[in-house]
Design a binder for this molecule. Structure first.
Ligand SMILES: CC(=O)N[C@H]1[C@@H](OP(=O)(O)OP(=O)(O)OC[C@H]2O[C@@H](n3ccc(=O)[nH]c3=O)[C@H](O)[C@@H]2O)O[C@H](CO)[C@@H](O)[C@@H]1O[C@H](C)C(=O)N[C@@H](C)C(=O)N[C@H](CCC(=O)O)C(=O)O
Ligand SMILES: Nc1ncnc2c1ncn2[C@@H]1O[C@H](COP(=O)(O)OP(=O)(O)OP(=O)(O)O)[C@@H](O)[C@H]1O
Ligand SMILES: N[C@H](CCC[C@H](N)C(=O)O)C(=O)O
Ligand SMILES: [Mg+2]
Length: 486
């Protein structure tokens, strides 16, 4: 493909050579270049691509895209742009022939609920025969293909490649998580979303390599509403006005508030044997009753958000109703059917805020006992241990302290950190280092009416110990324990 065609939507200056040349591929990782490629130099958090120019020249690249003036041998084309990440995104759109324009695109941003809502949308759309690709924290789904994710929002070239694969696989729509880092680092530049969606915002992702302040975090999330046609927002969030500040799209809202265009009313928690869920009424631009097969009041927001999106796809109400009766999102308030008079839930809550929200919403079901099993990741913030220990001691009737990816730390040391704060709060607890044994203990000692939460691992299918990932699926562990109990 001609380099100048790739640069069609980018402002650039030719520093050396010619833009009217053929290039084979666009690459931003020196370890992946091949002769004939154009190398885009990106300054990252660990490495500056401009410093790797001698390596890529040796590997035979034809052209370089840079954001600072550099000197290289004659014969190589050098293109100067203001921002190489942005140029990479626009060049990738062109290279894959603008796949986003061939799909109905839904981008979801917010601190919590993105992953859950994407799966709800996919489930509803596919229930009505609309083939839908998905991109997010857990995986990328393209037809029958599943690719594990590295980032929630992939880097632009990879993202455009996935979108092209979706078009080729016959998808009509894509639903994807758009992280604030994705917006900040131009991973989604060049896409004009049909629907930009805001779930909620609270302080998170602030620190080295992420955002410098809450204001900055909010600012980057707000950018989605300058690159979509319709914005669908949670009007119950205190910060929604900051998020849609300077928006360029049409705005629609959802929420529990009477001002929302699409509202949920008459929320009723339900519990039948081991199954937990919530019923509510949808009012406003649509009107019907939903029985959601997932517990938790915040899932009403996620479900309402999914309905507000799917409304644009002319879905029949009966398909929406049916989807919510069968929905299951891997590791997000995933109710494991125990066939016993107590409930077991697998969830991804792995910090103070999510654990607090999770335990609080489950308490509304008036369990006989709320049992919370969790550990904390090794080589991660130590603060998490004290905070999660405190929350569990305050809200759960029994805390089972165990392991969650100890990585290079001693599991017993992590457990001791957590226990110190559970004890400080006078929480009722026991500790069992081996997570399998801890789960077994919970089930063997369950009493009717209990809600048992396995928190922190969610969709993860491994336990990481000393650099090695050992297979571990909490669903399998539960299945084995229940079989042995028969
Ligand atoms: C801080 C950050 O965002 N890092 C991401 C970023 O790496 P980076 O820009 O720092 O890259 P770098 O390693 O400094 O390298 C700079 C450049 O040199 C190149 N390079 C590097 C080494 C080399 O030998 N040769 C070479 O050419 C690199 O390809 C790159 O072009 O680009 C990588 C490839 O696209 C990402 O995988 C990586 O995400 C890391 C794993 C990460 O943890 N990111 C987090 C902060 C993140 O993005 N999280 C959000 C939200 C998660 C959520 O809440 O759900 C997400 O969307 O995932
Ligand atoms: N709307 C919501 N509000 C608050 N908490 C939520 C909401 N939805 C889900 N949660 C809780 O947060 C956890 C993560 O939810 P989910 O994966 O859907 O969010 P996310 O925005 O994709 O998060 P991440 O940035 O961690 O990928 C869930 O396991 C649940 O405990
Ligand atoms: N993105 C988070 C996920 C944590 C999940 C938990 N299971 C753990 O490993 O601590 C992290 O890497 O800190
Ligand atoms: Mg996510």
């Amino acid at each position: 493909m001609k380099l100048m065609e790739l640069l069609n939507n980018t402002t650039y200056k030719v520093l050396q050579g010619e833009a009217d040349i053929n290039v084979t591929d666009i690459v931003q990782d020196s370890r992946k270049v091949k002769p004939g490629d154009v190398f885009v130099c990106i300054k990252g958090s660990n490495m500056d691509g401009h410093d790797l120019i001698p390596d890529v020249l040796k590997a035979g690249v034809t052209a370089l895209v840079v954001e600072k003036e550099i000197e290289v041998p004659i014969g190589i084309t050098v293109i100067l742009v203001k921002n190489t990440r942005n140029a990479l995104a626009h060049m990738s759109c062109a290279y894959f022939d603008h796949p986003a324009k061939k799909l109905k695109t839904i981008g979801i941003t917010g601190t919590k609920g993105k992953t859950t809502t994407t799966y709800m949308v996919k489930h509803i759309l596919e229930q009505s025969g609309i083939k839908t690709g998905l991109i997010g924290t857990i995986e990328v789904l393209i037809g029958e293909d599943k690719i594990s994710s590295v980032n929630t929002t992939p880097e632009s070239y990879t993202l455009q490649k996935y979108l092209k694969q979706m078009v080729d696989a016959g998808c009509e729509a894509v639903v994807m998580e758009v992280s604030s880092q994705g917006l900040m680092l131009d991973r989604v530049a060049g896409i004009e979303y049909d629907y930009g969606v805001f779930t909620n915002i609270s302080p998170d992702h602030i620190g080295p390599n992420e955002h410098s302040s809450y204001e900055e975090y909010m600012y980057y999330k707000s950018l989605l509403f300058r690159q979509c046609k319709t914005g669908i927002i949670n009007i119950d969030d205190d910060n929604y006005e900051n998020i849609i500040k300077d928006h360029t799209c049409k705005i629609e809202s959802f929420g529990l508030s009477g001002k929302a265009d699409l509202r949920a009313t008459n929320l009723v928690l339900y519990r039948k044997d081991s199954i937990l869920g919530i019923r509510f009424h949808v009012e406003g631009t649509m009107n019907f009753e939903v029985k959601l097969n997932m517990p938790g009041e915040f899932n009403v927001h996620n479900a309402l958000c999914a309905i507000a999106i799917c409304k644009h796809f002319n879905i029949q109400i009966k398909d929406i109703i049916q989807s919510f009766e069968t929905i299951k999102v891997k590791g997000r308030l995933e109710v494991y059917n125990t066939n016993q008079p107590y409930s077991v839930i697998i969830d991804y809550a792995h910090n103070e805020v999510s654990l607090k929200e999770l335990l609080s919403t489950l308490k509304d079901y008036n369990p006989k006992r709320l049992v919370c099993l969790f550990g904390c990741g090794g080589n991660r913030s130590k603060l998490r241990r004290y905070e999660m220990g405190k929350v569990s001691a305050q809200l759960a009737d029994l805390t089972i302290v165990t392991s969650d990816n100890p990585r290079f730390e001693e599991p017993a040391d992590i457990i001791a950190d957590i226990v110190s704060s559970v004890e400080k709060e006078k929480g009722n607890y026991i500790s069992i280092e081996d997570r399998r044994e801890a789960i077994r203990y919970c089930i063997e000692n369950a009493i009717p009416g209990d809600i048992i939460v396995l928190a922190g691992k969610g969709h993860e299918l491994y336990q990481e110990i000393k650099g090695e990932k050992f297979t571990m699926d909490e669903r399998e562990i539960l299945k084995n324990v229940f079989e042995q109990l028969k």
